[in-house]
Design a protein around this ligand. Structure first.
Ligand code: AHR
Length: 551
């Protein structure tokens, strides 16, 4: 499971001191940005309106919640009787914040948890639902912490609660089904429970008795998760046979237009893709395969969320930037068998994965803080998806709250939005836009790696999309100390006005805490037009959105 320079297994094998997990890290070594904006333009962005790439699916701006640590319990679900403001048990502050960023889709209930979950445990009166051992109970990072409630799944958050959460925030549900420990029939019953018309089947009646007469119309169904690992340790050939067994013919559609997503590779495992696709082609089973789920977590050799140096900054971004070549490489391999290009990529887990030293509470397995580095990582990754809008149909950052690369941190009544949240807010304008090609030219950022070798990274990158007479241009500047003064042209149109939204930080280690919730937030400014160009200086270590209105 190598992702970037550091393995996920290495993270999982690091031990955690209980004291360090009890509070946010407060003793960062400050590393202030030292920079001054150069006067003359040294960079250029050209937007080519006549080179469309594809429609940017709202599902690219997707999220992921798993029954893992503090994601569901203490994160999304606080319970109806809680003193924490809630809507039917769901944290109200989370719902309000999510509505602002127009989430396209939410994936649930895992992750690895999905292949241990029986959906029938999560329906019916809450106080009568069974308590089960959570998949993550024996995780090494939890082992030394003792007994924590989240190791035992109370099933208070089940299918109805998930659907209610999706409806409250305006997102489509994406359910990952259990392929490892339950038979296909139980998967089909779950679909029937969610989607069969009122009164039509016994499962529709049970759904109604449990409070929802109208069907949930769940369109996206994952068939297992990481089936090469926690999802069953299958070979690609074995998994292809399972996937066909779970999805062929027998699954009724109920007019929903079901979209099945198969468990794709981890990172650069092209063999998993090649061999699975070859098996699907052999049985001509592409009609049931809508999406191919790629997972890629970014990491670096230091592994710390907040205490990192310049090398840690660039190494992590370099690891995230692998997404570009992962998409093109897997896409090429998929095309060897899927000649008609029926299947789309679904990057249903992505984000930064650090050592667990900044989690808010010992129950928050894999909880981590988020800095401007995570915001730049999110920006460059979302830009990558936009640039491949013809290939990527969905993506889900892992995970929404109290976990890896989260948009929110919460504990009891405390709640804060991370810098990554603001990137999603800024990028929401891209949704349903037409992605167009943009050419970025900028001096490369250079640094020295831990072995003393010189390294370099692109100087500016981003994506552009068009909706009516507005172009949304998003740009990341990865340089730690240099602004990039940039001339921006739109080929085939003139710019009437421009407004910028900029996210950066005073110091690399700045993050939003309960005590200082607005340490890293975006600011806005008008940008003067110097026809025919806009000249804009992108600050170092920043994510910027430019809203360009065409005349
Ligand atoms: O997001 C955490 C875990 O990472 C997921 O459960 C699993 O799919 C992946 O290995």
């Amino acid at each position: 499971m190598r992702t970037g320079q550091y393995t996920r297994r290495a993270f999982l094998e690091t031990t955690v001191t209980a004291g360090a997990t009890l509070a946010l890290v407060r003793t960062w070594s400050p590393m202030a940005f030292l920079w001054s904006a150069p006067q003359a333009a040294d960079s250029r962005i050209e937007i080519l309106l006549n080179e469309p790439i594809g429609r940017i699916a709202p599902e690219i701006y997707g999220h992921f919640i798993e029954h893992l640590g503090g994601v569901i319990y203490d994160g999304v679900w606080v319970g109806e009787d809680s003193k924490i403001p809630n809507i039917g048990g769901i944290r109200r502050a989370l719902v309000e914040a999510m509505r602002e960023i127009k989430p396209g889709v939410v994936r649930w209930p895992g992750g690895c948890f999905a292949d241990a979950y029986d959906w029938r445990d999560g329906i019916g009166p809450r106080q009568r639902r069974p308590r089960r051992t959570n998949f993550w109970v024996d995780n090494r990072e939890w082992r030394d912490v003792g007994i924590v409630p989240q190791k035992y799944e109370p099933n208070h958050f089940g299918t109805h609660e998930f659907i209610r959460f999706c409806r409250l925030i305006g997102a489509q549900p994406y359910i990952a089904a259990n392929l490892r420990t339950l038979p296909a029939s139980v998967f089909h019953q779950w679909i029937e429970y969610c989607n069969s018309p009122p009164g039509s089947t016994t499962w529709a009646e049970v759904r109604e008795a449990n409070g929802d007469r109208e069907p949930f119309n769940v369109r996206y169904w994952g068939v297992g998760n990481e089936s090469w690992g926690c999802g069953g340790n299958f070979t690609p050939e074995e998994y292809a046979a399972e996937f066909r067994r779970f999805t062929t013919w027998a699954v009724p559609d109920y007019g929903v237009g079901l979209r099945f997503i198969a468990a794709g590779p981890s990172g650069r495992d092209l063999e998993w893709t090649r061999r699975f696709f070859a098996k699907i082609a052999e049985r001509r089973a592409f009609d049931r395969l809508w999406g191919w789920a790629l997972h890629h977590y970014s990491s670096f050799s230091g592994g710390e969320a907040v205490n990192y140096d310049a090398t840690g900054w660039y190494e992590l971004l370099q690891s995230a930037d692998l997404m570009e070549s992962l998409i093109t490489a897997h896409w090429q391999v998929m095309g060897e068998s899927d000649r008609q290009r029926r299947v789309r990529l679904v990057v249903d887990e992505w984000g930064a994965w650090y050592r667990m030293t900044t989690n808010l509470h010992p129950t928050h397995l894999f909880g981590q803080q988020s800095t401007i580095r995570d915001a730049v990582l999110a920006g460059l990754t979302l830009d990558t998806f936009n640039r491949h809008a013809d290939k990527v149909a969905m993506a889900n950052v892992a995970q929404l709250i109290n976990c890896l690369h989260s948009l929110f941190l919460a504990h009891e009544e405390k709640f804060v939005r991370t810098p990554t949240y603001y990137v999603f807010a800024m990028y929401a304008d891209h949704q349903e836009g037409q992605a167009v090609r943009a050419i970025f030219s900028a001096p490369r950022a250079s640094w020295t790696d831990r072995n003393g070798r010189p390294q370099s990274f692109w100087g500016l990158n981003g994506s552009a999309s068009v909706k009516e007479n507005v172009v949304t241009l998003t740009v990341t500047n990865p340089h730690l100390s240099e602004a990039r003064t940039t001339e921006i042209f739109i080929r085939g149109a003139a710019i009437a006005s421009a407004r910028a939204t900029i996210l950066t930080a005073r110091r690399l280690q700045d993050c939003n805490t309960f005590e200082h919730p607005r340490a890293v937030v975006p600011r806005e400014e008008d940008v003067p037009i110097r026809a025919p160009v806009v000249v804009y200086s992108f600050p170092p270590a920043s994510v910027t959105k430019l809203r360009l209105v065409l005349s």
